[in-house]
Ligand binder design. Structure first.
Ligand code: PEP
Ligand code: MN
Length: 371
């Protein structure tokens, strides 16, 4: 059971003490407090853990400081959607809103290779009105002999250039806790010119110790990719690890499943799960068409498969698109064959808008039929 307190309730107020006195006397129940400090208000949630079945919802609702009460099912206690659950489905990070009703595009380099390519990419994003990007510095590679990413050495110029071109959020995968410190240090040294959304890649979805460490910090939001060979439920539980450690700013990413049934695509595209994740949880849902499709193949209509699946995800309500672009794909050190060209960015964005408008129209239509 979750008790959502009246905003800005102070933990030193007499009412709060009265509430706590009541809660500690409930037999077989322990409490866990979570505070979310926002720019306008501080929200406090108290989780009652144990046998809460016997508790009366009305009685708890009438305790001091309590604004509302949610009875939670076992699944995804913090990130899940429960009955009468009106907790927020969005968060703000570095002035950018991420939610189940918004759409953010993160076009960028799969892997940072040269300063020049980073600069060309970011300039193009700015020219196209974009404030988010993806930039891989730490690359988990199948072969130990393949390029592993420039790591911390590229961070200062990536962050400086992001500041120069007005990039507010960079999605960046980390594979080890030390990367978190390296990112923090580089941001500090460059004067915090940008924000970072930490990415947990599909190979680390069930790296529980990494999840706990990333979940314990609330400075950076997290994009967690679905594990490529595990069930959706297992991946959603992995996301819940982040939240259970304290970080609620979590986006869930679909990137296709590893099976030959998806051939000739690199992975079997799973964007039919966009509405499923939105139904089961309060997380915004990201799609990664590049790592799903893995090629620049186009259909006879001339549209690239990467663009087709992007539209499919967006028309189903996706909230974020993580997509590989490169100024010279033939020179990319990672995943060049799936990268879109910079001249395709305006086309890609316009195509996305068509799908987004269609999605919004579909939600209007269903509302008309429900009324
Ligand atoms: C990536 O986004 O660069 C990446 C490696 O993705 P995934 O973890 O989905 O393979
Ligand atoms: Mn890649």
């Amino acid at each position: 059971m979750i008790l959502i307190l009246v905003p800005n309730t102070r933990s030193d107020s007499p009412e709060y003490k009265q509430l706590f006195n009541h809660l500690v006397n409930l037999a077989g129940i322990t409490t866990r407090v979570h505070t979310e400090v926002g720019s306008e208000q501080t929200l406090t949630e108290i989780y009652l853990i144990g046998n809460t079945k016997a508790l009366s919802l009305d009685e708890i609702k009438n305790l001091p400081c309590v604004e509302s009460v949610v009875r939670i099912s076992e699944e995804y206690r913090i990130l899940g959607r429960h009955q009468n659950d009106e907790r927020s489905t969005s968060f703000v990070y570095n002035d950018v809103v991420f939610g189940q009703d918004t759409l953010n595009v993160f076009a960028g380099l799969c892997a940072v290779d040269t300063l020049e390519h980073v600069e060309i990419m970011m300039r193009t994003l700015q020219e196209n009105g974009q404030v988010c990007t993806r930039m891989g510095a730490y690359k988990p590679r199948t072969s130990p002999y393949a390029f592993q990413g420039h790591g911390k050495t590229c961070l200062p110029y990536v962050f400086d250039l992001a500041g120069k071109y007005g990039i507010k959020v960079i999605a960046m995968e980390i594979t080890h806790e030390i990367h978190l410190d390296e990112i923090r240090t580089a941001l500090h040294q460059t004067g915090n010119p940008t924000g970072i959304m930490l990415q947990i890649g599909t190979r680390n979805t069930q790296n529980f110790e990494l999840l706990k460490i990333v979940g314990r910090q609330q400075e950076f939001p997290v994009l967690i990719k679905r594990g490529f060979g595990i069930t959706l439920d297992e991946s959603l539980n992995a996301a819940e690890y982040l939240a259970s450690e304290g970080n609620r700013k979590v986006v869930f990413g679909l990137r296709g499943m590893k099976t030959n049934m998806g051939d000739p695509h690199r992975n079997f595209v799973d964007f039919a799960h966009v509405p499923v994740v939105k139904r089961l949880t309060r997380m915004p849902v990201c799609i990664d068409p590049s790592h799903s499709v893995g090629t620049r193949a186009a259909s006879p209509d001339g549209i690239l498969d990467v663009m087709h699946v992007t539209a499919q995800g967006i028309i189903a309500g996706a909230n974020m698109v993580l997509v590989d672009f490169h100024p010279v794909p033939s020179k990319a050190l990672v995943d060049g064959p799936q990268a879109l060209l910079l001249k395709e960015l305006p086309l890609f964005l316009e195509d996305i808008q068509i799908a987004r408008d269609a999605y919004l129209k579909r939600t209007e239509l269903i509302k008309r039929y429900q009324d």
